[in-house]
Design a binder for this molecule. Structure first.
Ligand code: FES
Ligand code: FES
Length: 232
């Protein structure tokens, strides 16, 4: 009788008997152990700073499920490959390298990301970029040039409407949209008579700009700037 080092099987599969097609029990366990080691080694290596960090501006072309979209920003078409969950804010900053539009809360609460969509102000962090094909997007970069400031940009400088400036691009884009709304006769929450076009008092301006927060609390100066631009 043939001698063997393996214990009797007792009805269980032999160690090297095929388990799943070409895998024997031994080779399956060996590969499972190797995969487990690889999975645990990566986080450990990352924690130790050994692994190379991914590039900061990873392009969307590398993301599975990315779709082709053309965004028209400041009058220029941009062909992009974007994952469908990418917001307009991230597409502007990460894909188009337009850093004028700021990310504050990323939850539609601070207004730092305000841009104009077909002339109306929106929070870019709440818009999915893939839904905006064919729309006209205007950012702070498209409002004026270095030697030809938009009247609101000039008014913000003249009236000291900022300190750190983080909210300012959103404030200015929002003010552009707000003045168009007021010009079209849209009432606000504090409008006494909604049947008339209300004058842009400080109270009206403050209420209409209330979606844009300023952590430096430049509100009185922002109201002055918007009022001056409206007059001009
Ligand atoms: S970043 Fe969009 S509203 Fe705050
Ligand atoms: S100027 Fe600093 S947050 Fe508005």
């Amino acid at each position: 009788m043939k001698k063997t080092c393996d214990p009797p099987s007792n009805g269980r599969p032999e160690k090297d008997a095929p388990l799943f097609g070409k895998f024997s029990r031994r080779s399956f366990l060996t590969q499972l152990g190797a995969a487990g080691l690889a999975a645990t080694a990566a986080p450990i290596a990352n924690a130790a700073g050994v692994a190379e960090a991914p590039p900061r501006a990873e392009t969307s072309q590398e993301v599975p499920g990315a779709v082709a979209v053309t965004l028209r920003v400041n009058g220029k078409d941009h062909q992009l490959m974007l994952e469908p969950r990418v917001t307009l804010l991230d597409a502007l900053r990460e894909n188009l390298q337009m850093f004028g539009t700021k990310k504050g809360c990323d939850h539609g609460q601070c207004g730092a990301c305000t841009v104009l969509l077909n002339g109306r102000r929106v929070n870019a962090c709440l818009c999915l970029a893939v839904m905006l094909e064919g729309d006209d997007i205007t950012t702070i970069e498209g409002l004026g040039a270095e030697n030809a400031l938009h009247p609101l940009q000039a008014a913000f400088i003249a009236h000291d409407g900022f300190q750190c400036g983080y909210c300012t691009s959103g404030q200015i884009c929002s003010a552009v949209g707000m003045l168009a709304e007021a010009g079209a006769g849209w009432p606000s929450l504090v409008t006494d008579d909604v049947a008339t076009s209300p004058p842009l008092t400080d109270r009206e301006i403050a209420e209409r700009m209330s979606g844009n927060l300023c952590r430096c609390a430049c509100y009185p100066h922002i109201v002055d700037a918007v009022e001056a631009a409206a007059r001009s």
